[in-house]
Write a protein that binds this ligand. Structure first.
Ligand SMILES: *Cc1c(COP(=O)(O)O)cnc(C)c1O
Length: 397
């Protein structure tokens, strides 16, 4: 690490609240699927800002659209209409098959909105205010109080209890554990379609179909968190589209803005007609013209680049190359995940491997202490997979 980087890191550790153990890397600019640090060193990026920068860095259409909107109008209140928001909503509906959209500033806020939607839906249904939501163990939904309350990692919650209350945790991919928690106060079942932070675990088809049927039978809302696994990452616009089930409420963020901080929660018309109304929910920035220009242009670029199809082409190759590593090294226990959302489970902590990869110009991240996570820009090609595998292989040897 160079002297300039060292100085910035020292200053950062003096001034920023230490809520992250950061890698010693000061990133400066990006180009395609590569990032450069402030000393000019080049890195192949297999993190994409944690499943955010789907388009790669420097997409000219996207950058020009943002620049144009900066000069035109950055912000206006949600008390007025703006064209980028109308366009973004229309395109996101078509992309997702959902009916109603609320734009937020982040993933956690999208989860908050989904929780409020479920509580209001329940309130209108029977006037009670003690409805329960069933969430999953090992889930991750964000760091704000509501999102934290449904996050199935006791360590993240411990110091901040009590949470919002009336949340129960079931075992992911275990239908009986979900069904056994349903009672007359239950109003919704919430899960990631593919668990991200929790270890790159997809919902099994059998599990998701049974939970959907349970929701239909009992009049519960199925809320799917697609913040990490959505937006084409699994080779489907949204991961649930693979299963032949549809959620009642869905959250989205990360790649939705490709770097501009945005999120959204979406719902069916049925839920839209029986939940949040004027005065129930709001945001100053959410859905502003800059944010919605980002969303609208991202969705245009997905279409123009056939990005979801591209994932289906390149992901099997990534799986094949990762599987080769699994068979070559005894200490790699398994590969997990789907599409361009993959993990390698090691029998020991992965921090040293990640640091060694950084030294050699490859950016990787973990999911929990023992899992290497691969969530690259969706525009990667096979040659980038090979380049990544070569570096990783040399770090594993
Ligand atoms: C990242 C993530 C969130 C939280 O999103 P933020 O934008 O960080 O608030 C919620 N759910 C899932 C599945 C995520 O991966």
């Amino acid at each position: 690490m160079g002297k300039i980087s060292e100085e910035y890191i020292e200053q950062a550790e003096r001034d920023l609240l230490h809520t992250y153990n950061r890698f010693h890397l000061v990133l400066d600019r990006g180009e395609g699927v590569y990032l450069y640090d402030i000393e000019g060193k080049k890195y192949l990026d297999f993190v994409a800002g944690i499943a955010v920068f789907a388009l790669g860095y420097g997409d000219k259409v996207y950058n020009d659209a943002l620049k144009g909107q900066v000069d035109k109008l950055l912000h206006t209140s949600n008390y007025y209409y703006n064209v980028p928001a109308v366009e973004a909503a229309r395109k996101l509906k078509a992309f997702s098959g959902m009916d109603r959209v609320f734009f937020t500033n982040s993933g956690a806020e999208a989860v908050e909105g989904a929780i409020k939607t479920a509580r209001k839906y329940g309130f209108l249904k029977d006037g009670r205010t003690d409805h329960e939501i069933i969430a999953m163990e090992h889930s991750f939904h964000g760091r704000t109080m509501g999102a934290l309350s449904v996050t199935g990692n006791a360590h993240y919650r411990e110091a901040f209890e009590p949470g919002i209350g009336n949340i129960r945790f079931a075992t992911y991919n275990d239908y009986e554990s979900v069904a056994s928690l349903v009672n007359d106060r239950t109003i919704a079942i919430l899960m990631e379609t593919v668990q991200g932070e929790g270890g790159l675990t997809p919902a099994s088809e059998d599990f998701l179909k049974k939970v959907r049927a349970l929701c239909d039978e009992k009049g519960l809302l199925l809320i799917l968190d697609e913040i990490q696994c959505g937006m084409g990452r699994t080779g489907y616009n949204f991961a649930w589209q693979r299963y032949g089930v549809k959620p009642d409420v869905m959250t989205c963020a990360k790649a939705l803005g490709c770097g501009v901080p945005v999120g959204a929660f979406l719902m069916t018309e049925e839920v839209g007609q029986h939940s949040l109304v004027a005065g129930d929910h709001g945001t100053t920035y959410g859905g502003n013209p800059l944010a919605c220009t980002a969303i609208s242009t991202v969705l245009d670029r997905y279409e123009a680049l056939h990005l979801t199809d591209h994932v289906r082409e390149v992901a099997p190759y990534l799986e094949q190359r990762l599987d080769e590593l699994v068979s070559r090294y005894d200490f790699i226990l398994e590969r997990r995940g789907t599409g361009l959302m993959q993990g390698l489970v090691l029998d020991h902590p992965v921090a040293d491997t990640i640091n060694a990869a950084l030294e050699k110009g490859l950016i990787l991240i973990n999911a929990g202490p023992n899992i290497l996570r691969f969530v690259p820009p969706l525009v990667i090609e096979k040659q980038h997979v090979d380049e990544m595998i070569d570096i990783l292989d040399s770090c594993l040897q």
